[in-house]
Ligand binder design. Sequence first.
Ligand SMILES: C[S@@+](CC[C@H](N)C(=O)[O-])C[C@H]1O[C@@H](n2cnc3c(N)ncnc32)[C@H](O)[C@@H]1O
Length: 312
Amino acid sequence: MLGDADNLIMSNAEYRMFCELLRTRCGLYFDDSMRFIVEKRLARRVAKLELGSFGAYHYYLRNGQGGDDEFACVIDELTTNETYFFRERRQLDALIHEIIPEQLLRKRHAGITTPVNIWSAGCSSGEEPLSIVMLGLEANLRPGIDFRVYASDISSNMLQKCRAGLYREASFRETEPILREKYFTKKDNLNKVSESIRKEIDLIQINLIDRSKVALLRSMDSIVCRNVIIYFDLETKKQVIGTFHDKLIPGGYLLLGHSESLINVTNQFELAQLTDDLVYRRPGLGNEIADPWQTLAKAAIDEVDEPRRKSR
Ligand SMILES: C[S@@+](CC[C@H](N)C(=O)[O-])C[C@H]1O[C@@H](n2cnc3c(N)ncnc32)[C@H](O)[C@@H]1O
């Protein structure tokens, strides 16, 4: 009976204990509507470890030897990892054709030779950062020289998938056939991303609420954190967005998912209207330089677009 997941029942008090553990350790928020899912998925773990009850499992997670490793399994059971290539393409296009060229030109004008640093925070199995590299290449930007992509997730399982670079059909629901042909090869029933693309991503495991780990990252020019904070409670959202603010250079951009906003979270960011999208920006460029900056930005876009136009 110890190993039978179907017979395990989670009490109200136990559900609250697990919710609190998930909230404090990784910021994830579960309301009562999620109870059935949490109970069902954690029951599998209790049964596998033959612990006999949710209470014993909670104790094991908190105090048992191997509790931290087991918590990684809890994360894999309870996080939503849904993602696909070129998701919210309009926003990725804004990053590639407006934001990176602006930031690159600012750097070069200031005599800085380093690439524009972009952090895909909560990258799941890697479709988001890989899309950025592919679209960058398509726009004649040079990965590693013009821009560098850092990608992180809390889940070691997702990062492993990212390293393997093998993707199922579902990841290609928004992929143009021409890009798929160019950057992927068939491997059994899966699709392998070209190694030259995959190696352009610096992968790191980061729990976004772990300030000491985030502090190890360099300053970022832009942070892409889409469909991640939506799962956090308000307190965690405020903390994580505060961390992003501190990690971004003044004038750096924060790209959230289209269903996410900073209303009631913070007023530390301003909204920046791009040609086809509205994104958040860390303030820091005074009005007195806003105009020349926009002129520079326009020149940068032209500079990057010119070879593309010629190649058509
Ligand atoms: C729905 S996916 C989003 C993937 C991608 N950004 C996109 O929009 O397609 C959410 C990801 O956030 C990660 N995540 C959840 N909580 C996290 C935390 N505290 N720290 C870092 N990543 C977290 C999950 O593991 C999951 O892979």
